[in-house]
Structures are given as structure tokens and as C-alpha cells.
Design a binder for this molecule. Structure first.
Ligand SMILES: Nc1ncnc2c1ncn2[C@@H]1O[C@H](COP(=O)(O)OP(=O)(O)OP(=O)(O)O)[C@@H](O)[C@H]1O
Ligand SMILES: O=c1[nH]c(=O)c2[nH+]cn([C@@H]3O[C@H](COP(=O)(O)O)[C@@H](O)[C@H]3O)c2[nH]1
Ligand SMILES: NC(=O)CC[C@H](N)C(=O)O
Ligand SMILES: [Mg+2]
Length: 527
């Protein structure tokens, strides 16, 4: 097989490189480009151009929170201009172009955040082809104090005389506003003009092409006889990853599902049925409930619980992995992981990974111990792209649109000590809640929903008898990226029904509450 056939996506597809200066919108630039089938990747703004692993067809400098003129502000490697490819600077990126050119950047008299209307003053500019005077989105304090030498103005607004600039000789452009946000009404046209008309990027980034390339890459990487293992939870990411492995190497892929005793009702059975019978994926279910629950005995601290669950996963996985003996007599060399692009972006940000709010359980912890090499077929994809990929691979809608379920499962939804009795209460209440959500046709309107069990007792009255039992908190949220979320507004009648069913059908619950806190300040999970 030729090298070309096993190359990663940025060598197979024309790629726009986004250099990230830390804007909260940077990843949206990639999203927008991919929406019209142009492939893009992001690297930190500190990337040395001489060390780039590929040759981009164009470069976008993103926005960012710094001021180009302040001490310690990040600056692009000047070698970016030697690539001789078109460059587009957005907000900070444009200010960076001006700064390099002659430093004409200063603090504006007034901060400009929100909508503005652009006025296109030079309609011969290819970047603005087909773009009318229309709303754009601004988010800046600083502005160009003069037009950089060698540039012309192509668009302005009432507050920004240099809302769009273009180099007279070279294909280098700057925008003060953010074309990547949907509030910039023609933003996508601008990005498409840049990528397709100016950089001449081929629009061949389609999921079908991606699948073919990835399957070839996996086959070449693994070779004709070696076998691969993967931790599979029944969630979207690991199922899609597993299905791709199945397509690539058939029964030489072994999926392992660990029943940690903290799963939802009937989960193990359902996952086995969908993966094994439905998708033909060779799945081993490992019952490790006792092991997990005995290690959690007496533990109430949320971080300790997460660590114990994460570590126990590793031990179980290691043990099971060692029992698999590949037919060719070799040892298992590769591990499938469902890492997504947002995880990659987080870890490559030049600002470093964000502060730990909670230690998300992560199979990444397996690496050092297991010395396995990773296969991460989804590491270039966003969640909705993974869902699309899943659909193309024939994974049923029901699974593709499943709400995410955290690795530590009910372990972080039983507040305080996790005992089999407490898990049972939380599990039963959760089952009723989700059952009603489905019955009312609401499942796909909600991003995630679950029941948490609060370790407080409350007085109630049932059939003239005093009760003194615990409290269930229901949570349902709407979100696109799980970084921020809002609580879902149910009809009162729906909540009445769920509450009445839970108190009547689940022993040990005296009261049901509904969580009306957004994220932030709360998080999605209670622990
Ligand atoms: N019970 C489990 N058995 C085996 N592996 C698991 C289990 N729970 C989690 N994992 C592993 O941890 C990874 C991360 O879990 P995470 O919940 O983020 O992803 P997912 O379950 O694949 O998808 P989703 O986000 O839709 O739930 C999974 O991809 C899987 O590899
Ligand atoms: O695999 C996981 N392991 C974890 O430890 C974990 N903690 C939270 N979550 C999920 O992440 C999303 C955001 O949750 P939080 O607002 O609670 O951080 C929500 O979708 C949560 O369900 C986890 N997923
Ligand atoms: N969104 C941005 O890129 C802002 C750039 C710079 N920090 C400013 O305030 O103007
Ligand atoms: Mg999951």
C-alpha cells in the first residue's frame, strides 16, 4: 500500500490551517468550513511553521482575548508569510496583520460587542463576492488606528473604519468582525469565498470519503492479522468507533463493555443486543459490579468516587485485555478510543487545558499502564459529525441520538455513599423519567436527562401514614456543546405525572424536585 493511501486527513484533503489565538469562537471557523466540505484543522498560534506536519492551502488567524500591543501577547511565526498561501486574519488575527505591518493598533474609545452593519466599499474584492451590506458580529476593544501600508479598505462600519481590509498585491485579508458566528449573516459566504475562491480548496471533505480513507488507514496500520481491543459503553462515540473498526478489520476487533453496577436499568442487556446482534460487533460483557461497588463502600467525596471508578475501569480492562489471545500468536497492540475533536482542541490550546472542575473519567488513563498504541478514528470530528458518520454506517437512529451517559454513571448521580440499595432507587427513578420523556415524544428535544438521588430525608404522608424517605432530583437540559446548558421547560402536567409515578412506584422516595439551574453556575451532573 502506498504511503499516500495511509496518510492522515490533512494530507489527503486540501486543508485550511486555523492558527488559534484563544478566541471562544475559534473552533467555529473549522465547523463552518467543513459545512461546505472544505477540510480544516486547528493548531495553536505558537506553531512553528517550519514544523508543520502538512502544507495548508490557506491560513486563518483566529480572534483572541489579548491585545496585540500588550506584553506577553502571542504572535504568529513570521514564516507563515513564506508559505505563500492566502491568509485571512479575523479580529485579533487582523490586528496581528496590522501589528506586523507597522504596529497601527490601539485601544478603541468604545468597546464594540454585538451587531453592526457592514458597508462594502470595494465590491471588486473576491472575499466579499456576493456579500451585501448586512449585519455582522463584533467582539473587540482594540482597533486599527490606520490602514496598514500596502492595504486597502474593502468594508467599514459606523464604528470601525477598517472592518475589512485587503492587501493590494497578495491574497492577505483582515476582518474586524467574526464571520464564523451565525449572527454575521453573510459570514459563511465570506469564509467560503476565502477557502474556495481564493485558496482554491477542493470541496471533497464528505463523510463518505472520510470513512473510506479512515478504513484504509486502519487496515494499513493494524496489518493483515493483528487484533484490536476497544472499550465500548453503548454511547454514540464508542459505538461509532467500534462499527468503523468492524468495517475495517471484521472480527479481529474485540469490543469490551464493563458492567460496573452503575449502569442504567437493563443497560448491559440492551448494549449487548444492539452491538452484538444489531451491528455484528464482537462484544464481551464483563460483569464487574461487585468489584466497583465494594471499592466505593464508605466513599462520599465526588472526586474520590470518580478516581476509584476510573482506576477500577483500568484494572478490569487490563485483565480482560490480557485474556484475549490473537489468533496469529501476537499480543494485542492497539486500543480503540473514541476521542473527539473537542478533546483534542482542549489539549492543544496554547493557553493549556482549562482548569479542572471535575476529573472526567477517561480511558486515556489506560495508556501508560497498558503500553497499547491508540487508534482514534474520531479525533478529527465534532459530535454531530460523529452522529452523521454513525448514520452512514447504518447505526440505528435510536442509538445515534442517545443522550450522553457519563462513564461513572449512577455513581455520580447517587450523592454521598454509593450502595446497591441507593443505586437501585436512582436507577428506577431514572427509568421512569426517561420512559415518560420518550412516551411524550420529548427525547430528541432534550440534550440530556436523568434522575439524581439526594441523600437527605424528608417527611411525607402516604395512606395516612407518615413516611420519612429520600429525595429525587430530576434534571433535563438543552445544550449544543455541554459547556453551557439551560434547563428544559416541561409542561406542568408532564412533571406531575413523573413525580406521581416516581413516588408511587419507587420505594424509598418521599419527594421529587426539578432542577432549574443552568450551567454555569451549576454543572450538568450533580457531582
Ligand atoms: N461501561 C463501560 N465499558 C467500557 N468502556 C466504557 C464504559 N463506559 C465508558 N467507557 C469508555 O469511556 C469512553 C468515554 O465515555 P463517554 O461517555 O465520554 O463516551 P461514549 O460513551 O462513547 O459516548 P457518549 O458521550 O455518547 O456517552 C467511551 O468511549 C468508552 O471507551
Ligand atoms: O464520560 C464522562 N465521564 C465523566 O466523569 C463525566 N462527568 C460528566 N460527564 C458528562 O459531561 C457532560 C458535562 O457534564 P458536567 O457539566 O457535569 O461536567 C455531561 O454530558 C455529563 O454527563 C462525564 N462524562
Ligand atoms: N475577538 C477578538 O479577537 C478581540 C481581539 C482583541 N482582544 C480586542 O479586544 O480587540
Ligand atoms: Mg458514555
Amino acid at each position: 500500500m502506498s504511503l499516500e493511501e495511509v496518510a492522515p486527513a490533512h494530507q489527503t484533503f486540501d486543508t485550511i490551517l486555523v492558527l488559534d489565538f484563544g478566541s471562544q469562537y475559534s473552533h467555529l471557523i473549522i465547523r463552518r468550513l467543513r459545512e461546505f466540505n472544505v477540510y480544516a484543522e486547528m493548531l495553536p498560534c505558537t506553531q512553528k511553521i517550519g514544523e508543520l506536519p502538512f502544507k495548508p492551502v490557506g491560513v486563518i488567524l483566529s480572534g483572541g482575548p489579548y491585545s496585540v500591543f500588550e506584553d506577553g501577547a502571542p504572535h504568529v511565526d513570521p514564516a507563515v508569510f513564506d508559505l505563500n498561501v492566502p491568509i485571512l486574519g479575523i479580529c485579533y488575527g487582523m490586528q496581528e496583520l496590522a501589528w506586523i505591518n507597522g504596529k497601527g493598533v490601539g485601544r478603541g474609545e468604545k468597546r464594540e460587542y454585538g451587531p453592526a452593519v457592514i458597508n462594502v466599499v470595494d465590491d471588486s474584492c473576491p472575499l466579499f463576492k456576493g456579500v451585501d451590506n448586512s449585519q455582522v458580529w463584533m467582539s473587540h476593544n482594540d482597533k486599527l488606528t490606520a490602514l496598514p501600508t500596502g492595504y486597502k479598505t474593502v468594508a467599514d462600519t459606523s464604528n470601525s473604519p477598517y472592518a475589512g481590509i485587503a492587501n493590494i498585491e497578495k491574497p492577505i485579508f483582515g476582518l474586524q468582525f467574526h464571520p464564523e458566528v451565525t449572527h454575521s449573516l453573510h459570514g459563511k459566504v465570506l469564509l467560503k469565498n476565502f477557502a474556495v475562491e481564493i485558496c482554491h480548496a477542493k470541496q471533497n471533505w464528505t463523510m463518505k470519503n472520510f470513512i473510506d480513507t479512515e478504513i484504509t488507514r486502519i487496515r494499513t496500520l493494524v496489518g493483515p492479522t493483528a487484533e484490536v481491543i476497544g472499550a465500548v459503553s453503548g454511547g454514540v462515540d464508542s459505538t461509532v468507533g467500534a462499527k468503523l473498526m468492524k468495517e475495517a478489520i471484521g472480527d479481529r476487533f474485540h469490543a469490551i463493555f464493563v458492567d460496573n453496577g452503575l449502569m442504567r436499568k437493563n443497560e448491559a442487556v440492551t448494549v449487548k443486543k444492539t452491538l452484538d446482534d444489531g451491528l455484528g460487533i464482537n462484544l464481551t460483557v464483563v460483569d464487574a459490579a461487585e468489584e466497583f461497588l465494594s471499592k466505593l463502600k464508605g466513599i462520599t467525596d465526588p472526586e474520590k468516587k470518580r478516581k476509584i471508578i476510573g482506576n477500577t475501569f483500568i484494572h478490569v480492562f487490563e485483565r480482560v485485555g490480557a485474556e484475549i489471545k490473537p489468533k496469529d500468536g501476537s499480543e494485542i497492540e492497539y486500543l480503540l478510543q473514541g476521542t473527539l475533536y473537542p478533546d483534542v482542541i482542549e489539549s492543544i490550546s496554547f493557553k493549556g487545558p482549562s482548569q479542572t472542575i471535575k476529573t472526567h473519567h477517561n480511558v486515556g488513563g489506560l495508556l501508560e499502564d497498558m503500553k497499547l498504541k491508540l487508534i482514534e478514528p474520531l479525533r478529527e470530528l465534532f459530535k454531530d459529525e460523529v452522529r452523521n458518520l454513525g448514520k452512514i454506517l447504518g447505526i440505528p437512529d435510536e442509538l445515534v441520538w442517545r443522550h450522553p451517559f457519563p462513564g461513572p454513571g449512577i455513581g455520580i448521580r447517587v450523592l454521598g455513599e454509593v450502595t446497591p440499595a441507593q443505586v437501585k432507587i436512582a436507577r428506577e427513578a431514572d427509568y421512569i423519567f426517561i420512559e415518560e420523556i420518550r412516551a411524550h415524544g420529548l427525547y430528541n428535544n432534550i440534550s440530556q436527562a436523568f434522575a439524581a438521588l439526594l441523600p437527605v430525608k424528608s417527611v411525607g404522608v402516604v395512606g395516612d401514614q407518615r413516611t420519612y424517605e429520600q429525595v429525587i432530583a430530576l434534571r433535563a437540559i438543552e445544550t449544543t456543546d455541554f459547556m453551557t446548558a439551560d434547563w428544559y421547560v416541561f409542561e406542568a402536567a408532564f412533571l406531575k405525572k413523573v413525580s406521581s409515578r416516581i413516588v408511587n412506584e419507587v420505594d424509598g422516595v418521599a419527594r421529587v424536585t426539578y432542577d432549574i439551574t443552568s450551567k454555569p453556575p451549576a454543572t450538568v451532573e450533580w457531582e
